[in-house]
Design a protein around this ligand. Structure first.
Ligand code: PBG
Ligand code: ZN
Length: 292
């Protein structure tokens, strides 16, 4: 993924110092563990890579908001966002009479999300962001945090996340593609806008503090729709494919990276996003400073 790097924990302090100096208010952390297993154990290891990174950031730039992405896909050997009822089999057995092997078990996944969120809060995260699109994820994370006294840790819910081909470069970079099947069992159908309203209604009822729509560029109508149905702060995630294809076109001399990136981000803002997660954050901060 162009312009994006894996950082070891010893490099995180310097990077986040620069980010804070540029006036960027927050970072989202994604971890790549040393080992993966069926339940993503490293994701709730108190000394896992993200937990150590959060501590390093808070020791260096405590004012920078740290958002921990709560999901299993980078940590599970099967690459899915929740635990699965086994790998697909040539002779499928129907679990509970419903699912053959290879399906994600929504309710069985939820307790793991609670555990992950608590280890992030223990490390000093300000915000946790459940991103796996499991039904009930916000409620279980809220309860897990509250039960141990983290009422003040906020939840940014990836409430409206589509099963998008624009995630490709991220999955490469984060070594997290699903090893079988796809994410359509739990992420939304790109053709369906109204389902976004059902998703946000659930997350609001479960205690989300902020909502997110993802991807952004091909889903501007959804950002606007969600904006019109909630007064919660709304984030939009401009994802890896949106970023990489503009980078690639610019590298070929076909478009002006700065102008196009600013136009896209302005469009996301115009559609109704209060906050934008973008891989251009550092560039944009510099571009805006240069213009002043
Ligand atoms: C999964 C996750 C995804 C991204 C971040 N976390 C999507 C996916 O693989 O389904 C994609 C981010 C991007 O493309 O920039 N929880
Ligand atoms: Zn995931």
């Amino acid at each position: 993924m162009p312009g994006c790097y894996h950082l070891s924990v010893d490099r995180v302090a310097a990077e986040t110092e620069e980010i804070a100096r540029l006036g960027i208010p927050a970072v989202v952390l994604f971890g790549i563990p040393e080992r993966k297993d069926s339940v993503g154990t490293e994701d709730y290891n108190p000394d896992g890579v993200v937990q150590r990174a959060i501590r390093a950031i808070k020791a260096t730039v405590p004012e920078l908001l740290v958002i921990g992405d709560v999901c299993m896909c980078e940590y599970s050997d099967h690459g899915h966002c929740g635990i699965v009822n086994g790998w697909p089999d040539e002779n499928p057995v129907y679990y509970d009479g419903r699912w053959p092997q290879g399906y994600v078990l929504n309710d069985e996944t939820l307790p793991y999300l609670g555990k992950i969120a608590v280890t992030y809060a223990d490390a000093g995260a300000d915000i946790v962001a459940p991103s796996g699109m499991m039904d009930g994820m916000v409620g279980i994370v809220r309860k897990a945090l509250d039960d141990v006294g983290y009422q003040r840790v906020a939840i940014l819910s990836y409430a409206v996340k589509y099963a998008s081909a624009f995630y490709g470069p991220f999955r490469d970079a984060a070594q997290s593609p699903p090893r079988f099947g796809n994410r359509k069992q739990y992420q939304e159908d790109p053709a369906n806008a109204r389902e976004a309203l059902r998703e946000i209604a659930l997350d609001i009822a479960e205690g989300a503090d902020m909502l997110m729509v993802k991807p952004a560029m091909a889903y501007m109508d959804v950002i606007r729709l969600v904006r019109q149905h909630t007064n919660l702060p709304l984030a939009a995630y401009s994802v890896s494919g949106e970023y990489s294809m503009i980078k690639a076109a610019a590298a070929n001399g076909w478009i002006d990276e700065k102008a196009v990136a600013m136009e896209v981000l302005t469009g996301i803002k115009r559609a109704g996003a209060d906050m934008i997660l973008t891989y251009w954050a550092k560039d944009v901060a510099r571009w805006l400073q240069d213009n002043q």
